[in-house]
Design a protein around this ligand. Sequence first.
Ligand code: NDP
Length: 284
Amino acid sequence: MALPTTFCPDLVGCLSQGAAGNPTVAMVEAAFHHHGINARYINMEVNPAQLADAIKGLRATGFRGFNLSMPHKVTVIPLLDGLGESAAVIGAVNCVVRRGDRLIGENTDGKGFLRSLLDLTEPKGKTVVLFGAGGAARAVAVELALAGVERFILVNRTPERGRLLLDTLVGQLHCQAELSPWAGDFSLPRETDIVINGTSVGLYDAAARLPLDPETFRPGQIVADVVFSPPATRLLRDATARGCQTLDGLSMLVNQGVLGVQYWTGVLPDAAIMQEALARAMSS
Ligand code: NDP
């Protein structure tokens, strides 16, 4: 009699600090269940001093891949065997994929954003105003540059960090980009097609206001926020009131989960199933 072969699921997961609060497990496991994939996603609490040992362990136990969240997105890089194109330019990895015996670092933050944006518009040839220059903003900017955005107007509280992103866009990706000063409320230039909040302003604070003059929104403009909790940020509420189309941070989060499942299993999962599971997990 043949032995059963289904008692050993494929393993994926996430290494982070604050792992217990990470709801990604709910949406990824909902996708596994919906598509009949025999796999588990495990949240793992790992302190920075033990990251190398943790990754050795994941190699030894045959993990198909894993996500990285704060504070491991940059320090993981020397522990991997290679990087995808955009992860190399961004300089951060949030999704590792085992290809043969090699662990390859990808960045799905910006790719998840791009997938969401493509539901509304084609970024090629567009003018983008991007607030922020941290990890999320860098990932979004690099992916939009690779997708053919015509011009970036960067706005960041700390000019030095803004300049680093400017150097990446102009020096490495040969884009048209400029860094604008941010003193008081920012006025959007008339030619702006897409506005993106890539800062953490609004995270866990529905009343927090990004310093931006709402009178400069134009109907039909696309306004997006990377902040996913709460998803209806003040920026998006103000933009909706002025006739803009909006994109919330939850759709970016879901789409980077979609890409993770696809990388690890080869199956393109149903995003709606994952979105429902994530919304349930975040409201419980
Ligand atoms: P970082 O710490 O790397 O960057 C934070 C950015 O926010 C910097 O540009 C910082 O500016 C800016 N910022 C912070 N506070 C203020 C403020 N009061 N006024 C103006 N600018 C401010 O964080 P991340 O890039 O990793 O995360 C940013 C946001 O993106 C978080 O809310 C995170 O939850 C969200 N995120 C969402 C994802 C999704 O899938 N939806 C995925 C990843 C992140 P400065 O340089 O001056 O400090």
